[in-house]
Design a binder for this molecule. Structure first.
Ligand SMILES: NC(=O)c1ccc[n+]([C@@H]2O[C@H](COP(=O)([O-])OP(=O)(O)OC[C@H]3O[C@@H](n4cnc5c(N)ncnc54)[C@H](OP(=O)(O)O)[C@@H]3O)[C@@H](O)[C@H]2O)c1
Length: 267
């Protein structure tokens, strides 16, 4: 397989880090962008073999200056970009009345304006690859309301960005798709203080497990495998698609009475 170049925003943790590992094992060049050195250190503790394999860089997806500096660096190092994964996001809880206006604005800035900005800056490198792919990591919370108004609105907007760009960038042979994960075990809930501690997080996961039709919540690999597929030539006829990868939570139907038998083991 031809060695390709990928940029993953939020590639130092959770889904982005697992995808960086997968693509790097495939022999590709991966650039992983995130803000803090601390999460990069944590990533390398978890995956020491990625040292020197994945290029971890610091920068903020909401900063034009950071993105333009990274663009210049990658233009000179690689000259083209085969895949961009807009994966970086923040998460918070809150309804219309309980979220603060600065938190609402911040969430939309990172989760929605970030992907717009990064895609805009990197367009010339994506166009050079002829057949590049953009994958936006959205959420089922963008398809039906979740526990954060800002997060749900940001992800619903991201899905429209996907649809819009699929048409807009098709002349450059760039495909654009969304993956909408259900609940996946990563650091997002603890790092963003959506839950207070490990015990509260485990409690949340246990409750969720019972609701998921396939009988388990997601692993980062479940999402990373779909992203890898969407960026491969096997997906060359897929663009503008909004794809839930969610253990069936979007088709959960609590109007059907529970079965008499014990619940089947996970699929
Ligand atoms: N886990 C789930 O249950 C779940 C469900 C549905 C959708 N998703 C989506 O999946 C994606 C990945 O989530 P995850 O669970 O893997 O999250 P995670 O473990 O918290 O990782 C998020 C990554 O984004 C980076 N990041 C955050 N803000 C950034 C910014 N402004 N600029 C650059 N990097 C930034 C973080 O590093 P720094 O903080 O150091 O920047 C980190 O590397 C997100 O889009 C999320 O919304 C997750």
């Amino acid at each position: 397989m031809e060695k390709q170049v990928f940029l993953i925003t939020g590639g130092s943790s959770g889904i982005g880090l697992t995808l960086a590992d997968l693509l790097s094992r495939d022999g590709h060049q991966v650039v992983s962008l995130s803000r803090s050195r601390e999460k990069i250190r944590r990533a390398l503790d978890q995956y020491p073999h990625l040292l020197g394999k994945v290029q971890f860089v610091t920068g903020d997806v909401t900063s034009s200056e950071d993105m333009e500096a990274l663009f210049s660096q990658m233009a000179s190092d690689y000259g083209m970009l085969h895949g961009l994964v807009n994966n970086a996001a923040v998460l918070n809880k809150g309804t219309l009345e309980t979220i603060s206006v600065p938190d609402y604005r911040f969430t939309l800035d990172v989760n929605l304006t970030g992907p717009y900005l990064v895609t805009r800056v990197f367009l010339p490198l994506l166009a050079k690859a002829s057949g590049a792919s953009v994958v936006n990591i959205s959420s089922v919370a963008g398809l039906k309301p979740g526990t954060s108004i800002a997060y749900s609105v940001s992800k619903a907007g991201l899905d429209m960005l996907t649809r819009f760009l699929a048409g807009d960038l098709a002349p450059y042979k760039i495909r654009v798709n969304s993956i909408n994960p259900g609940l996946v075990k990563t650091n997002i809930h603890l790092d963003n203080k959506v839950v207070s501690d490990e015990a509260a997080y485990e409690n949340m996961l246990e409750k969720a497990r019972k609701r998921y039709p396939v009988g388990r919540i997601g692993e980062p690999r479940d999402i990373a495998l779909m992203a890898r597929f969407l960026m491969s030539d096997d997906a060359s006829w897929i663009t503008g698609s909004i794809i839930p990868v969610d253990g069936g939570i979007m088709v959960e139907n609590d109007l059907i009475p529970p079965k008499e038998t014990e619940r089947a083991p996970p699929l």
